[in-house]
Design a protein around this ligand. Structure first.
Ligand SMILES: Cc1ncc(COP(=O)(O)O)c(C=O)c1O
Length: 369
């Protein structure tokens, strides 16, 4: 008799899943600060907690499709509820867009480093991720991207501000990619945290093959409730909704999301806390000889710590021993010695800076000694 494993489609059998192990490790070590996953480290507002409690009382009932939430999210983007597809986190959205456009053997164009979920979900769907490294200055390599397009390219991923580099793509370059006419997934997960938030969703009017991804996990701080959404042409939304599992958002998630986006004062405080924190981390890290922090428009800062002579994994382990989880970038198509720190509360940020500078000093003493 054949092993059931042999029945598994080859692209699932052979693919490496996105590893979410760091999340379990963090939950198992609640005493260590979570500055590794670009969560918002401020807790949900009292209004969100009240809405969640009320929704929980109806937990015996199936949720609807969230028409009120879709309407409100659509209005916030100058569109309507028909232009909004809800996801169980925007990771769910990534999956459903891939499953809508890419058949086994077809290609998705991905500039790396970026959010690794694009690559892993394309592989799980039997697609072929075509990875194009960014330029040495971390900007998108436009000639290389345009050259990598083939007759099999069915989807282009652009994340802006990009995780983990924190930079934005120029509109002119985005237009060059849109002119190709190939579906383009524009990830605005961090858009609310831009220095001056400027969505590109309006380009959908002229380029209906562009779809815009958003999440409530970052600026709005609702990662645990899992709410993401896609802005797209209403005609495309109909197809995405076919692929999407009905009731993919829980009743509690819908309630938390509605309360969260309506609590403008809380959203303002959360955003400002991140902007202030990233400015502080950027400025102080750049004063440390040998370290370099990159300007970021997300809730994270990328740091080149190669001068320490350690791998990013070694740095992450040393910092976890000191009480803070960071994200090593070694596995993210990045050079050794790069780490990413999530901007936290003022207390988190201070502690990170003090502990990290202490660690850098220790490394320097060992080298000198
Ligand atoms: C660029 C980008 N897109 C999407 C996501 C997924 O967010 P969520 O699934 O929580 O909406 C992340 C998470 O870090 C991200 O960095």
């Amino acid at each position: 008799m054949k092993s059931p494993i042999e029945y598994i489609v080859p692209w699932v059998r052979e693919s490496e899943p996105y590893s979410a192990r760091h999340m379990d490790v963090a939950w198992q070590n609640p005493g260590i600060l979570r500055m590794m996953s670009n969560e918002n480290l401020l807790p949900p507002s009292p209004k969100v907690l009240k809405a969640v409690e009320e929704a929980s009382r109806l937990g015996n009932l199936y949720p609807g499709s969230g028409p009120e939430l879709r309407q409100k999210l659509g209005e916030m983007a100058g569109l309507s509820g028909d232009n909004v597809v809800l996801g169980n986190g925007s990771t769910d959205i990534i999956n459903l867009v891939i499953n809508t456009f890419i058949a086994p053997g077809e290609e998705a164009l991905i500039s790396v480093p970026t959010f690794p979920m694009y690559e892993s979900r394309v592989r799980i769907s039997g697609g072929v991720p075509v990875l194009v490294p960014v330029r040495p200055d971390f900007y998108w390599d436009m000639p290389a991207l345009l050259e990598a397009v083939t007759g099999k390219t069915k989807l282009i991923f652009i994340c802006s501000p990009n995780n983990p580099t924190g930079n934005q793509i120029d509109e002119g370059d985005l237009l060059k990619l849109l002119e190709l006419g190939i579906p383009l997934f524009f990830d605005e997960a961090y858009y609310e945290l831009e220095n001056e938030p400027r969505t590109r969703a309006y380009l959908m009017k002229d380029y209906p093959h562009m779809v815009v991804n958003r999440t409530l996990s970052k600026s709005y701080g609702l990662a645990g409730f899992r709410v993401g959404y896609l802005l797209c042409e209403a005609s495309l939304a109909n197809y995405f909704n076919r692929v999407k599992i009905s009731w993919n958002l829980s009743l509690v998630a819908i309630a938390a999301a509605l309360a969260g986006i309506c609590d403008e004062e809380d959203a303002r405080i959360k955003r400002q806390t991140i902007l202030d924190g990233r400015e502080l981390i950027y400025a102080e890290i750049n004063q440390v000889p040998g370290l370099r922090a990159f300007p970021s428009e997300g809730n994270f800062v990328l740091i080149d710590a190669s001068a320490l002579g350690k791998t990013s994994q070694e740095i992450m382990t040393a910092m976890a021993e000191r009480g803070i989880f960071l994200r090593p970038m070694g596995g993210h198509h990045m050079p050794l010695g790069f780490i990413r720190v999530t901007v936290g509360t003022p207390e988190h940020n201070r502690l990170f800076l003090d502990l990290f500078k202490g660690y850098v000093d220790e490394c320097a003493q060992v080298t000198r000694g």
